[in-house]
Design a binder for this molecule. Sequence first.
Ligand code: MEV
Length: 299
Amino acid sequence: MKTIAASAPGKIIIAGEHAVVYGYPALLAATNKRLSLELSVSGKLPSLSSLKAHNLAHLVKLVKKLPQVDKLKIHSDIPAGSGMGSSAALSVCLAAAWLKATHDQPSQEEINELAYQLEKLQHGTPSGGDNTVSCYGGLLWFRKEIPAVKVFKRLADIPEIKNLYLLDTGKPAESTGEMVAQVADQKKAQPKKIVNAFLGMEAVARGWLELVTTNNQSQVEKLIKDNHSYLMDIGVVSASTQELIQHIERTGGAAKITGAGGKSNHSGMLLVWHPNSKKIKNLSLSKLLLSQKGLILNR
Ligand code: MEV
C-alpha cells in the first residue's frame, strides 16, 4: 500500500479576475490558508478522466469507491466557494497524489496540467490561474493566451505589502462557473463597456507589477479602488458588498473581491487595505499573508 500526502494553498487574485479568462493578465498570490489531502492506494489506478465525474465533489465520491483506494482524507481551512481557490487547491492536491501514486515522479508541469483539467470539470472555462498559483505558490503574473498556452512568471522576493486584510462577505449564491457565464453574457450585450473594464483591469494589474517590483506602496489604495470600480462595471459585486466597500472607502480604506465575486447576495472574500484598521474595528478582518508556499508533496 502507498500513502501519499499533499497540501496546497488557497489564493487571492490581487488584480485581473474575470479579465484573465479573456487573455488579459492577472496577478495572483498564494495565501496562508491551505488544503491537505492523504491518499492510500494499492494496485493499479485508472486515470481520473476515465471516472467520468460531473464535478470535483462527484469525482471525490467516485475515487473513494474505487477498490484500489483504501483512504482519501481531505482537510481544508480555505473557505469553500468564496473566491479563495478552494477547488483549485483540491484539484492540485488530488492531481499530485494521483500522479505520484501512478508513476512516482510527476513534474510540476504535469501536476498543474491535470489540476487544470479538474478545474475545468468544476468551473467550465477557467483561466488556469487559480490552479497555477496553488501549484507553484508565491506571487504569480499569469496570462492565458489560448487554453493550451498559458504563460506565467513567479515573482521572487516581493516586499511585504502593508495593511492588507481579508474580510468575508459570505458565500455567494452563484458558483465561479455561473459568475464567469454571467460576465460572458454581459460581454455579448455590452461589448464596449466590458472590454473597457478589462483594459482598465490590465492597467491596474500592471500598476501592481510596478508596485511589487519597486516597493513603492503609495498607489495601493488607488489600485484597489480602481479595480473595484471595474469589477462593479462587469457586474460581479452584490449590492450589500458594494455598501460594505463604500463604508471601508469612507473610513480611508479600499477593498475589492478576490475571485469570481457574487451578484445576488454575498460576494465571497474581500481583499481590504486600510492604513488605520481601528476605524473599521466592527468588521472581522483577518491578517493576510501573501506569496506563500505552493504544493508540498510527500510520501
Ligand atoms: C476565479 O477565482 C477567478 C476567475 O477569473 C475565473 C478564472 O480565472 O478561471 C473569475
